[in-house]
Design a protein around this ligand. Structure first.
Ligand code: GLU
Length: 265
């Protein structure tokens, strides 16, 4: 099977050095395998995503020297794929509707947080069993409590996360009719025939969640390569708010793609 990779920015801000290194790694691994790289624009959050950031991400990646096949794919045009998967998960009883607000969840929580800082859902609505697929409700995936999800990461080696301990029942569908990140990514990576996902180490736990979705949807998961996160000078993770390290400001300061790449290899 030939290698198919992707880079998948979310256009909620300008790309920073951390994204650049991850995307460069994705490009590098794809090139080394003589594969095909795709660009997926993860623009499902209509309130936070902006066309301006999307355009800037494309320009920044081109400037870095990343090449991809065809036009960027917009998640916002792929609703029918997500709806189909959502329906299937409902029909097989993997999901339940959840009426808790963010505030309810915080209040119910004496419970711990997963490693990625997300509150572990205390399971208030868990007993609601239905196979109806009401798209205007929030739906969660019922995780198999206590099961260990194990996978081999091509960079960090063997990984193991425990359902209900490292993460809880996670959102799959929102009542505004938009799928969660977890569902959209699984559906897209499978439909696009991606063979290896390269992304930041902040998404290691999400990979465990996504493996549950692959299994529930009878889809074959890709391989995974998670990249080290980049830290700023005070040891904090780079975020889109670190404007000084955005690719466009580095470019304006006269940095060249070669200079950046030489720091990563
Ligand atoms: N869109 C996600 C992000 O920008 C990455 C998704 C993924 O690689 O699975 O963090």
């Amino acid at each position: 099977m030939s290698y198919r990779g992707r880079i998948a920015p979310t256009p909620t801000g300008y790309l920073h050095l951390g994204h650049a290194r991850t995307f460069w790694t994705a490009h590098d691994r794809c090139k080394a395998a003589n594969g095909t790289l795709f660009f997926r624009n993860e623009n499902l959050d209509a309130n936070r995503c902006k066309a301006e950031y999307q355009q800037a991400a494309i320009e920044d990646c081109r400037w870095l020297g990343i090449e991809w096949e065809g036009e960027p794919l917009n998640q916002s045009t792929r609703t029918q794929y997500y709806q189909k998967a959502f329906k299937e998960l409902c029909e097989t009883g993997c999901l339940y509707p959840c009426t808790c607000s963010r505030k309810d969840i915080q209040e119910a929580l004496a419970a711990p947080h997963g490693d990625d800082g997300e509150a572990i859902y205390p399971g208030t609505c868990r007993q609601l069993v239905t196979t109806a697929d009401n798209q205007s409700a929030n739906w969660r995936f019922r995780v198999p409590e206590g099961e260990k999800i194990e996978f081999e990461d091509a960079h960090f080696g063997p990984q193991s996360f425990t359902c209900g301990v490292d993460f809880g029942d996670f959102p799959v569908w929102q009542k505004n009719g938009v799928p969660s990140y977890q569902l959209a990514v699984v559906v897209d990576d499978a439909e696009m025939g991606i063979t290896e996902v390269v992304r930041g180490a902040d998404l290691l736990i999400s990979t465990a969640r996504q493996l549950l979705l692959y299994r529930a949807l009878s889809l074959t998961p890709p391989n995974f390569y998670h990249c080290e996160l980049m830290l700023d000078e005070v040891g904090e993770r780079l975020a889109k708010r670190n404007d000084a390290l955005s690719l466009c400001s580095l470019r304006n300061q006269g940095k060249t793609p070669k200079e950046l790449q030489s720091e990563w290899t």
